[in-house]
Design a binder for this molecule. Structure first.
Ligand code: GLN
Length: 312
């Protein structure tokens, strides 16, 4: 069993201890129900995984159970769009923290339909527009990309979550229409939303997610295959925006306490990139008021603290 440099206990043992402590801690928060299909998940589910740059995965609890990755999909979408588009991308979406809830509308009007960053909903919908405009079958391209990164054909869409997202997606539709009115969406709103809801409905396990994002810990080269996914500059850029904006209006606090590029989703998952070392993924459905999983946050915080993983 491998250990992090400087880790006292082997990593597997640390993950077991951290998982046990999380499971026995009083549950804080509520499972997301604004997308009704998400509310049917068992609130007590809890898992943590770490994938290192040799492609080895250590895990504890429900780390092998697929869950709705929701906004974690924004990372894959952005990387795919960056592969297709040069720096003009950054004329259409910003790179600043929003300081607002993930689905806020107000700022978008003030800022003329240019989302603050690609990890709030408006920004990810803008990225979905780029994907729809650059791929003849953007949803299939997205799914194939993620499966290739995860090394697993098993990763798939949850059709009932997709139907539920589509049915209850008025706020996302409002964001898309507002951007369209400012001339910042090229494709038809319905097509863009169909892509966005599709990618949010993807299910993956902690283990699959950790493996699939290793290229961000390795300057753009995916360790399992050696494939170049991004340039080192783009890997740096994605990690920089994850650090400032990946945890929405809790990003400052997360940087303050944990100090890793990270992304959350309302399915209860959080991924954290440890540059040069690997990827941590944790999952527990109940969310705090920022829409971030309380237990996943606590587990990643504990692991990063014990092992001194902060990048700062
Ligand atoms: N599908 C969700 C939404 O659009 C994703 C939000 C999230 O995970 N923070 O509202």
């Amino acid at each position: 069993m491998t250990a992090f440099p400087g880790a006292g206990a082997p990593l597997g043992q640390a993950l077991e201890e951290i998982h046990a402590a999380a499971v026995s801690s009083p549950g804080v928060g509520r499972v997301a129900d604004y997308i009704p299909a998400l509310a049917s998940v068992e609130a007590s589910r809890c898992g943590i995984a770490f994938a290192n740059l040799d492609g080895e995965v250590h895990a504890a609890g429900d780390a092998g159970v697929p869950f709705s990755i929701q906004s974690i999909s924004k990372v894959f979408g952005l990387v795919l769009a960056m592969q297709r588009m040069g720096d003009e991308l950054w004329q259409r979406v910003g790179m600043e923290p929003s300081g607002q809830p993930f689905n806020s509308i107000v700022q978008l009007e003030w800022e003329h339909g240019i989302p603050r960053n690609p990890f709030i909903n408006a920004g990810a919908i803008l990225v979905a527009d780029i994907l729809v405009s650059h791929f003849s079958a953007s949803r299939q391209a997205f799914l194939s990309f993620v499966r290739r990164l995860a090394g697993s054909e098993r990763c798939d869409i949850n059709e009932s979550v997709l139907a539920s997202e589509t049915r209850h997606g008025s706020r996302n539709a409002a964001l898309a229409h507002l951007m369209k009115s400012f001339g910042n969406l090229e494709a038809e709103v319905e097509e863009v939303l169909a892509h966005y809801f599709f990618q949010c409905s993807l299910e993956m396990s902690c283990e699959e997610l950790a493996r699939s994002l290793l290229f961000l810990a390795n300057r753009g080269v995916h360790p399992p295959s050696g494939e170049v996914i991004t340039t080192p500059r783009d890997a740096h850029r994605v990690n920089a925006i994850l650090s400032t904006s990946g945890m929405y209006d809790q990003s400052g606090q997360f940087a303050f306490t944990v100090g890793l590029p990270a992304k959350s989703g309302v399915g209860g998952g959080i991924i954290a990139i440890v540059p040069g070392q690997g990827v941590i993924t944790a999952w527990s459905p109940p969310l705090n008021r920022h829409g971030n999983s309380s237990r996943a946050l606590a587990m990643i915080s504990e692991l990063a603290g014990r092992l001194g993983l902060s990048i700062y």
